[in-house]
Ligand binder design. Structure first.
Ligand code: EPZ
Length: 418
């Protein structure tokens, strides 16, 4: 197993160019089986989830080539509509392939992608959306046999604005002649990026970013070379690295509007944040102040993927902060490890009450999920002494060479074998 060894106390200072957003690239990779032609994704992050998704595409018959930050997908050999258990359970995002597979081959066999440490991760909304388009889905002991021979456009209403379910229906309907409308759609920036991607291939989708998305199915989509939006969660994580160490961080290709909930909270904690176009500059003061309350919500609310990082910042802030996690049912796992580092956190159900301490101390801790692992790295940057974060592979799912990025900003961090 690999881990990170961090010697805390260094200010994080410097300039970073962000990579493409993990949560934009994963659905875009799934949508890469839709066109008659190759897809080239620029600024593709070198992360485990991207390579896992490419591996699944290969098993379906596509050819995926990774070269210097670009992923090329050739779907000419697409022939397999089955995603056996081993593949489906590799990553949660495998479920994003259900819509595109049905769009191209009108049938699919998948298994439940399984939950992960942050929650059960059901797929009932995905299945509800596809059934509204005429897909017949039979659940035989966890294996889902999907028959799309009679697929038709339709109206889909989501009880909850699920990101993945919204994306799945957008992709399933993209080649379905007629108008499909999604009501109570997710509004995350990555949804708008998927719309731009599909429309760039000749699709006709509008409304992404609002609660109503209209998909006019077309006969054919063409290949494309596409640069996805930059990673707003990666950006927020680096801003938190500056904030928690009293440093200065400049991001050169950020989307400030997509980060507004995060930057507002960091300003509340006493950071100065200036933006100009895609440039963002954070300057932290000596010690952070507690924010009064943080509640995660679907976009444009505070992003759940930044909750763990803010929990780490609150751990060393002056005062008491309250965090309510409204999106996932189990996303405070890293609180136990932060407590081992000296944090004072009370977790009760979906609420965490954090009494900031003057300083954390280094400890040996373990990443339990992607963003919780990133939060432990942030805590290690601020802690006195040495911290070892086990299970770096979980962090590598969503951050490309995090230790290199942080080292370039002055951190004392290295990847180690444990
Ligand atoms: C996407 O997951 C992201 N992943 C997650 O990022 C992110 O946390 C999440 O959206 C919320 O923003 C990718 O885009 C690859 P949801 P997704 O469907 O699509 C419930 C990260 O760290 N739900 O919006 O799975 C679900 O249980 C990851 O980068 C159902 O009940 O999120 C959860 O409570 C973590 N039924 C809530 O909705 C369903 O059919 C939000 O889930 C689907 C979801």
């Amino acid at each position: 197993m690999e881990g990170f060894r961090i010697t805390g106390g260094e200010r994080i200072e410097g300039r970073v160019r962000l990579e493409g957003a993990k949560n934009a690239v994963l659905p875009i990779l799934a949508a890469s089986i839709l066109p008659q032609g190759d897809v080239v994704i620029r600024d593709c992050p070198d992360i485990r989830d991207v390579h896992a998704m490419a591996g699944i595409l290969s098993r379906l018959g596509c050819r995926c080539r990774w070269q210097a930050g670009e992923m090329t997908v050739c779907n000419q050999g697409l022939h397999n509509w089955e995603m056996p258990d081993a593949l489906s359970k590799q990553i949660r995002s495998s479920i994003f392939l259900l819509g595109p597979i049905l769009a191209r081959m009108r049938r699919a066999t998948v298994t439940y992608p399984g939950g992960c440490d942050i929650g059960l991760r059901p797929i009932d909304l995905h299945l509800k959306g596809l059934r509204a388009l005429g897909v017949v889905i039979v659940d035989d002991g966890g294996i889902l046999y999907c028959d799309g021979r009679n697929m038709h456009p339709g109206d889909v209403y989501f009880d909850y604005p699920s990101v993945g379910a919204t994306e799945n229906v957008m992709m399933a309907a993209a080649l379905l002649p007629g108008v499909t409308t999604i009501h109570n759609a997710a509004r995350e920036p990555e949804i708008a990026d998927l719309q731009r991607f599909i429309n760039g291939m000749g699709g006709c989708i509008r409304g992404a970013g609002t609660q109503v998305i209209e998909i006019q199915g077309v006969q054919r989509l063409e290949g494309i070379t596409y640069a996805p939006i930059s990673d707003r969660i990666g950006a927020g994580t680096l801003l938190c690295a500056g904030a928690i160490t009293g440093g200065t961080v400049e991001l050169t290709n950020a989307c400030p509007w997509d980060l507004l909930p995060v930057t507002e909270k960091l300003r509340e904690m006493g950071c100065t944040i200036r933006t100009e176009g895609e440039l963002m500059l954070l300057e932290a003061k000596e010690r952070l102040s507690a924010f009064s309350r943080l509640q995660t919500q679907p976009h444009p609310g505070f992003p759940t993927d930044m909750q763990a990082q803010m929990l780490a910042c609150a751990s060393v802030a002056h005062g008491t902060s309250v965090i309510v996690e409204n999106v996932f049912e189990n996303r405070f796992a890293q609180a136990a490890d932060l407590t081992r580092m000296g944090a004072n956190i009370l977790v009760s159900g979906r609420m965490a009450v954090v009494q900031g301490v003057d300083a954390l101390h280094g400890a040996r801790v373990c990443a339990r999920d992607l963003r919780g692992g990133a939060a432990l790295v942030l805590a290690g940057l601020a802690a006195q002494g040495e911290t070892v974060v086990e299970n770096a592979a979980l962090v590598d799912r969503g951050y490309a060479h995090l230790e290199d990025t942080l080292s370039s900003l002055g951190a004392k961090i290295q990847r180690i074998q444990l």
